[in-house]
Design a binder for this molecule. Structure first.
Ligand code: T5A
Length: 222
């Protein structure tokens, strides 16, 4: 089974993907955990380029091709082989991030994005996508730390430069809101694959929902 986590910055994807994989391993399921961009030696190099705060001159077309190159390497060299061996593959972000960020966020053409993505992944899509839903401002505050004022409520506010901030965090709030609206549309278009989790709650409650959903899908498939 191929499970992905999606959601805005700071929604808890990395935390919950890790907790879920630890839990499934304890329950003796064969499970591997990976992330995007990254997850293989080559993909991790592309991640460094993509997130480097100095690379403010990356153009949207370059950005989509770099994300897709990272994904092509990850899906072919890591995800597919593990699925074929019967593993549960958990991935922190995948192709839906491209539709949300480069499509809805940057305004790139959706048909082109679908074509590039299909080429990069050879059509490999998740069986289950857990969407961690938090208000954009909450997620960014979690990510940046409580002392950082992100100008909540004022659209178009530039995010402050801060040690933990990568190039993509630095985009303005409007961009992050478009991404979130994009996720909503993606979720509504494929409700059978997506499962929304209210991530604006204590960590344990969020993880409980995540586990319950994954276990019920595993049960249905067995
Ligand atoms: N991107 C990615 C694209 O534009 N296109 C693409 O195709 C792809 C694949 C990736 C960036 O690339 C973009 C999206 C991103 O901008 P990244 O560093 O991997 O960059 O960023 P994210 O995936 O967004 O990861 P983040 O670290 O920002 O957020 P997470 O993983 O959602 O959140 P997490 O788990 O790190 O948690 C953040 C903090 O919140 C706390 C955690 O302890 C942590 O401190 N937290 C909670 N606090 C309170 N209550 C809860 N319920 C909490 N859950 C977590």
């Amino acid at each position: 089974m191929f499970v992905t986590f999606e959601g805005p910055e700071g929604s808890g994807k990395t935390t919950h993907a890790r907790l879920l994989s630890e839990y499934l391993r304890e329950e003796e399921y064969p499970v591997v955990l990976t992330r995007e961009p990254g997850g293989t030696r080559i993909s991790d190099k592309l991640r460094q380029i993509l997130l480097d705060p100095d690379n403010t001159d990356i153009l949207p077309r370059t950005e989509i091709l770099l994300f897709s190159a990272s994904r092509a390497q990850l899906s072919e060299a890591f995800i597919r082989p593990h699925l074929e061996q019967g593993h549960i593959v958990i991935c922190d972000r995948y192709a839906d991030s491209t539709m949300a960020y480069q499509g809805h966020g940057l305004g790139l053409d959706f048909d082109t994005l679908r074509t590039i993505t299909a080429f990069a992944t050879r059509g490999l899509t998740p069986d289950l996508t857990l969407y961690l839903d938090v208000p954009v401002e909450t997620g960014l505050k979690r990510r940046l730390g409580p002392s950082n004022d992100i100008g909540a409520g004022s659209s178009g506010t530039q995010l402050p430069l801060f040690d933990k901030v990568d190039r993509l965090d630095m985009k303005d709030l409007e961009y992050h809101r478009r991404v979130q609206q994009g996720y909503e549309q993606l979720r509504q278009a494929e409700p059978e694959r997506w499962h929304r989790v209210d991530a604006n709650r204590p960590l344990e409650q969020v993880q409980d929902d995540v586990r319950r959903k994954v276990l019920s899908v595993l049960e249905d498939r067995s």
